[in-house]
Design a protein around this ligand. Structure first.
Ligand code: F6R
Length: 263
């Protein structure tokens, strides 16, 4: 695992954008690049930087396919807070990605269990995801794999913890409007991506980042599954890095990176 500590959230956004842009540029019509997208606040600066590069530097996303990590159960795609809508509004609508190439679980499927199975197949058939963007919950969740999620889980329905509902209430009018259930890619599904890129900023994430990066591999901290992945990059600002015991080593590693060694 590579841990990249940067001064500000904007710096983190630029480095995440560099990784995504590299994958997008390497794509060909026969080998369409596939991106795994997270919602929430964490990837927003990276999305904004990628939109800027598309507009100002001609970075084209034509042919790119995207797969969302998760979706609220019960929200139709057109609901403003469905993750389908959020990804479209914050990212893909501003790029030359065809809407039918933006995939996500169907939140309003009559049977969410079926929707979860269907989405697992869709991700498998469309994969492997070249780069999977991830945020982290204050309790260590990735996607909506709450603590106690199997480290080998596949896409399924999960029940949000009270804390996660509270954390996400800022996107809704009232706490009662936050759905209790979600469909989320499992930790095993996420782990099939070729490159996992987790980004976090702010002191509220510091203990989850430390537990995921330096704590034991455990279902009690789902982010710790990154420790098993052959190519995982954690990009954090100083505040989110504040509880990392080996921060000096990560900084030293960054300073001594080989010139041709990408993140
Ligand atoms: C969202 C997701 C979640 C968030 C996490 C952090 O698709 O998968 O794991 O990444 O809850 O949320 P923010 O970034 O809003 O702090």
């Amino acid at each position: 695992m590579e841990v990249v500590i940067l001064p500000t959230p904007e710096d983190c956004g630029r480095v995440v954008a560099d990784i995504v842009a590299r994958v997008v540029r390497q794509g060909t019509p026969h080998n369409r690049p596939t991106l795994g997208l997270a919602t929430g606040s964490s990837p927003l600066l990276a999305y904004q930087e990628l939109i800027r590069r598309h507009r100002e530097e001609g970075l084209s996303f034509a042919g790119v396919q995207t797969f969302n990590l998760d979706e609220y159960v019960g929200l139709p795609a057109e609901h403003p807070e469905s993750y389908r809508s959020v990804i479209r509004r914050e990212f893909t609508a501003h790029l030359d990605i065809a809407d039918e190439d933006v995939h996500g679980p169907q939140g309003d499927h009559p049977d969410p269990l079926v929707a979860a199975r269907e989405y697992e197949h869709r991700v498998r058939d469309g994969g492997p995801v070249a780069v999977q963007l991830l945020g982290i919950g204050a309790n260590g969740h990735v996607g909506f794999n709450e603590p106690s999620s199997s480290l080998n889980s596949v896409t399924r329905v999960k029940t949000l913890t009270a804390q996660t509902r509270q954390d996400n209430a800022r996107f809704f009018d009232r706490l009662e409007d936050v759905p209790h259930h979600v469909i989320t890619q499992g930790l095993g599904t996420i782990g099939r991506a070729e490159h996992l890129v987790l980004t976090a900023s702010g002191s509220a994430k510091a203990s989850a980042v430390a537990a995921g990066v330096e704590g034991p591999l455990t279902a009690s901290c789902p982010a710790s599954v990154l420790q098993l992945h052959p190519h995982a990059t954690v990009i954090v600002d100083e505040e989110a890095a504040a509880q990392l015991k080996r921060a000096d080593y990560y900084r030293y590693t960054l300073d001594h990176k080989l010139s041709h060694q990408p993140h």
